[in-house]
Design a protein around this ligand. Structure first.
Ligand SMILES: Nc1ncnc2c1ncn2[C@@H]1O[C@H](COP(=O)(O)OP(=O)(O)OP(=O)(O)O)[C@@H](O)[C@H]1O
Length: 296
């Protein structure tokens, strides 16, 4: 199997090189033709993945955080030949790995690849780019850009929670209009969140029923509320029952358009993406991803 391993050396706790050696030793026999590519900057992972597609590689293995995986998906998604995708999670949150039940411990994730067990996985397309997990709009979404590498290394996912909580307290609602399969919604919101999978920001109970190949987005709109009212949402959130709350607009749809009169940036897979308006659709089962066998 002709395989490209794309490694982001800056990811996670910065032990990527060590894992690269391990992957080389573990997979040499099964995958044989292995080529390592190391990213140096933004855009490299996407370019390497695109190169693997046009050179008819059989598999691409992404070693990094959700940002690296997002780039690799962008390199693969619009190609005629799409190599199979493997994930070695090295980031802080690793939502895509969580959703696919890929172990968060990198050595264990490497051993999953030995079984070569595949699953077709949905990918989202937002305007002209692709994403694996989540789109978010609103003050909380914008807070994630403020988290520094240093904070992430020290605090892990808590770093995002702290910035998110701060922005909630200062929170300004935004006015948006949304169209989906079931109709339209217009109003003021603190956060619109569209999830392809059940894991968002490391939290796996947001949309517990979201499956990686159910063909739909799970969208939550948190309506403008008073701070004490927001606190009442926490128990439903923790129980995985947020969708049932009357202060939340929840729907499933294979497509979604979101617009606003104001200028707002969309958070795409945890990174600063494009500005509103956006039009998103689900590409069902678009990539074959290596996942654990049921027993593991
Ligand atoms: N050699 C490098 N040095 C510094 N930054 C890099 C390097 N290679 C890639 N990057 C940047 O890292 C970003 C992706 O980081 P990624 O999200 O994968 O890891 P992370 O930030 O450690 O994880 P998380 O987002 O879960 O905290 C890329 O978008 C790119 O801009």
């Amino acid at each position: 199997m002709k395989t490209m391993i794309i490694l982001n050396p800056s990811s996670g706790k910065e032990k990527a090189e060590e894992y690269a050696e391990k992957i080389d030793v573990t997979l040499r026999n099964k995958y044989k033709d292995i080529q390592f590519r190391t990213t140096a900057k933004e855009g490299d992972a996407a370019a390497f993945a695109a190169e693997a597609s046009v050179s008819f590689f059989d598999a691409v293995i992404a070693m990094g955080g959700d940002g690296t995986i997002n780039e690799v998906i962008n390199g693969l998604a619009d190609q005629a030949h799409r190599p199979k995708l493997g994930i070695i999670p090295l980031g802080t949150v690793n939502d895509f790995a969580r959703a696919l039940h890929i172990p968060l411990e990198p050595y264990e994730a490497i051993s999953i690849l030995e079984h070569q067990n595949l699953r077709p996985v949905d990918i989202g397309k937002v305007n002209e780019s692709y994403f694996a997990n989540v789109l978010a709009v609103g003050a909380i979404a914008e807070a994630s850009y403020k988290v520094s590498t240093d904070q992430k290394t020290k605090l892990g996912p808590l770093a995002y929670f702290i910035e998110g909580a701060k922005s909630f307290l200062n929170g300004n609602a935004i006015t948006i209009s949304v169209e989906h399969e079931g109709g339209k919604w217009e109003g003021e919101t603190f956060l619109l969140l569209t999830a392809l999978t059940n894991s968002v920001g490391g939290f796996e109970a947001l949309a517990p029923e979201a499956d990686v190949n159910d063909g739909v987005f799970h969208t939550f709109i948190i309506k403008k509320l008073s701070i004490p009212k927001i606190a009442t949402l926490i128990p439903s959130l923790l129980k995985g029952e947020l969708a049932e709350s009357k202060d939340i607009e929840y729907f499933r749809s294979a497509y979604l358009t979101v617009a606003s009169d104001q200028e707002h940036v969309v958070n795409v897979d945890g990174e600063e993406g494009e500005s509103l308006p956006f039009c998103a659709k689900v590409l069902r089962g678009h990539l074959d991803v290596f996942v654990p066998t049921k027993k593991t």
